[in-house]
Design a protein around this ligand. Sequence first.
Ligand code: AMP
Length: 575
Amino acid sequence: MKFIRLVEYFERLEETTKRLEMFDILSELFREASAKDIDKIIYLSQGQLLPPFYGLEIGMSEKLLIRAISDATNTPTQKVKDSFKHSGDLGKTAEGLVKGRGQNLTAEKVYEEIMNIARTSGAGSVEKKIGFLSNLLRGVSSKEAKYIARFVIGRLRLGIGDPTVLEALALAQGDRALRPELERAYNLCSDLGLVAKALLEKGMEGVRKFSVRVGYPIRMALCERLPSSEEIIAKIGKAAIEAKYDGFRVQCHKDGDKVDLFSRNLERTTHMFPEIREATKDSFLAKRAIFEGEALAYNEATGELFPFQITIQRKRKHGIEELAKEYPLKFFAFELLYVDGMDYTEKPYLERRKKLVSLIKKNPIIEPAEMFITDDPKKIYKYFEEAIERGLEGVVAKRLDAPYAAGGRNFNWIKLKRSYRGELADTIDVCIVGYFRGKGARARFGVGALLGAVYDEEADTFRTVSKVGSGFKEDEFIELKKILDDIAIQHKHPRVDSVIEADVWVEPRYVVTVTADEITRSPSHTAGRDREDIGYALRFPRAVGFLRQDKKPEDANTVKEVIEMFEIQKKVKVQ
Ligand code: AMP
């Protein structure tokens, strides 16, 4: 496919405000793609060169892009900067300045050129990157330049999520009913390009053949929630009760001496946990394996576990070794997914657990998560209280005969957390879909409140649940304004459902954690709207922490969960 053709699709996607139309445009695009370029077309549409787990960064900043535009168009950098100041969008700036008719490059060629930029590293790489990009811009038309410029700095703003691609792929095959099978393959490899390529090359047969593979992260299983241990036992009977550790979820892939680690949102986190890497090499008794657990900083002197705020310091590029000395880690393993040629995801929990325990040689870092089996709610409750006392988050109950539900949230895993007086038991992660400029004192930051939405999995839509105007510090508001303006769009995104008009709409991209006093029914929000158009809303919402770097928009809490939490709230007696 020619790149200009792809750009025409991007333009149509950018213009549409309707969800169904967005699916139609995308499926038309996928029908037009060939087996050779479908993977690249999917990656480009999602604003990336490869899925995030590859950990590949283009390494282009606004500053470098400005220089490349200036070089390519023989325009003084100051003039490019002025244009950017005016447009607020380097895509528009590039479009205005690139005047050529273009060389009719293929999408594949443009992809390769940008890949070249990304792969250039080491001494002198900055100049080389600018050189490659200005060369590319010289060979394209103004429209193409607009999208290349946005793409290289991560601001494509199309907001096409993974579920959106899956749905459109199924539609492109002329059969929506294929989606679950496509999704199964995707859950096992986390690479939509790979799935789509298999589909076009080998048909559904190829897709059905997908199984777990070391090096490709498996989309992680998630927990449902219930308000009491009695309800847990009523729901799943005799269960395994594990401690719920509040740290980083880590999926560990071992291939001989090569160890890769992935986060819950499937980013490569290998560099963050050198001690887990080493311990896996030495003390995990399998040649090739995939297993999962929670990594936590702990106090060597007292053996106490530290809160999440300490563990999260690992999320940095440099200084990990020093941090590892100051705050050593424990890795509590709780799942086994693959061992030496054997896929464990389909095996029942008890079998996975037994094998997992047998593979961990005694070592100071990795140990099996605490677990006991019971059908007595009182025992669960007692353990839960002790767990809270020890600084843990609560417990997770696991169904004894359940397989590992890749990419799914169901009652195979049920979490039980503490609820405090006048507060929801759990925080809620909302996706930011727009913002309000704010009045009075707030107006000077440019952002007064965010419009937060939860995710409707069925409809692949974000439905609003709250305005969030407190919990941020002054400098955070200022930073928010900059970050959100970078992803501002002209109209409500087609995947967003809202009756409230935001002052500025943004691409659904960032997640923020919110705590609230309770969930109420409300006509102003669209999450969980019933026939009378009454939805659900958060009462006294406040943000906890800043943007969640570890969550994708689709990792926000779901409409279904908000309704469940509302139901739980009705049942729980306030202590
Ligand atoms: P939540 O984020 O509150 O929905 O809880 C799910 C998260 O709890 C998982 O993603 C894990 O990171 C974490 N977790 C801690 N301990 C366990 C455990 N024993 N089993 C499963 N997940 C756990």
